[in-house]
Design a protein around this ligand. Structure first.
Ligand SMILES: O=c1[nH]c(=O)c2[nH]c(=O)[nH]c2[nH]1
Length: 293
């Protein structure tokens, strides 16, 4: 009989919006929560017994009930609360992995007293993944869709040229990318106090942005390393940073047919194909654990 390999089950993409009303000032958290549980699940797969199966519908309900009962202080804290609940309340469940995407809303500032209007902040999504096996925690936070661009301080030259190479060397080019970053916290057990997740996220994001802006770049690879290294150097609670950076090429448009010169002013922004630069940056002695795919 073929053997059952790794398996998990749970409810994916529960969308929960939690409002906190502090008088006329309201606060908003908007999450997409995916729960994956694993443990003693051989019988349901091999023999059709549901005796160990907490329904995925219950996982969805738990997300909503916890949002009401405990609020959502941060994506990470909410994920930790859920993971702990599933692993400690259900004997057959040995592991929980909670993935959360958080959509950022910014308050629309008005002269009036009411503070209940919000605008979505671009395409940027905050991410958190919490894994728990009853003993150890692994928290990987991150972001996607943070689009950044430098209009100068970027060169690319000195690369290998073979018979297919047509790329012109660039001494001053636009460097643009859509940052996909994940960072793993060193915190792994309840004996130590958990990091401040909200501050950790804001500061890691700030370091990624300032390193992108301040690096004089000879390649996107070099910029990537500087971004990851800045987070590792400035945030002692973070051991590993994984960055995936699409190189959003901006090509100078040939204006000569119109009798015009292009002094690095008019570009064609290509959406594909794009170079894809990916790497992990680690604290000395730390192991790479964030998946590379
Ligand atoms: O920063 C870059 N890195 C590359 O590896 C590369 N390759 C390429 O065609 N353009 C660029 N730019």
């Amino acid at each position: 009989m073929p053997t059952l390999g790794p398996n998990s089950y749970g409810k994916a993409e529960t969308r929960v919006v939690r409002v906190v009303r502090d008088g006329a000032v309201h606060h908003l958290k908007d999450l997409n929560v995916s729960v994956a549980l694993s443990g003693e699940m051989a019988d349901v797969h091999l023999r059709g017994s549901n005796a160990n199966v907490l329904p995925t519908d219950t996982a969805k309900n738990t997300v909503y009930a916890f949002a009401k009962e405990h609020g959502i202080a941060s994506a990470e804290e909410f994920g930790i609360r859920l993971a702990r609940h599933f692993v400690t309340s259900q004997q057959p469940i040995h592991r929980a992995r909670i993935r959360i995407e958080e959509y950022a809303w910014e308050r629309i500032e008005t002269a009036g007293r009411a503070k209940h209007s919000f605008a979505r902040r671009g395409q940027e999504v905050r991410t958190a993944q919490v894994s728990y096996d009853g003993r150890c925690w692994e928290v990987v936070s991150g972001l996607t869709g943070l689009t950044v661009l430098n209009t100068t301080d970027s060169e690319f030259w000195g690369y290998v040229k073979d018979r297919y190479t047509t790329l012109q060397e660039a001494r001053d080019r636009i460097l643009a990318t859509d940052v996909h970053a994940r960072w793993r916290y060193g915190w792994s057990d309840d004996a130590r106090p958990a990091p401040d997740w909200e501050r950790g996220h804001a500061e890691a994001r700030g370091h990624l942005l300032s390193a992108f802006a301040e690096t004089y770049s000879l390649s996107l690879q070099q910029t990537l390393y500087q971004m990851g290294a800045r987070v590792i150097e400035r945030r002692p609670e973070i051991d590993e940073v994984r960055l995936s950076l699409p190189n959003q090429h901006h090509f100078l448009v040939d204006l000569e047919p119109f009798g015009l010169t292009n002094d690095n002013e008019v570009y064609f922004a290509a959406d594909r194909p794009y170079g894809l630069i990916e790497a992990t940056v680690l604290r000395d002695g730390a192991e790479p654990r964030i998946p590379t795919d």
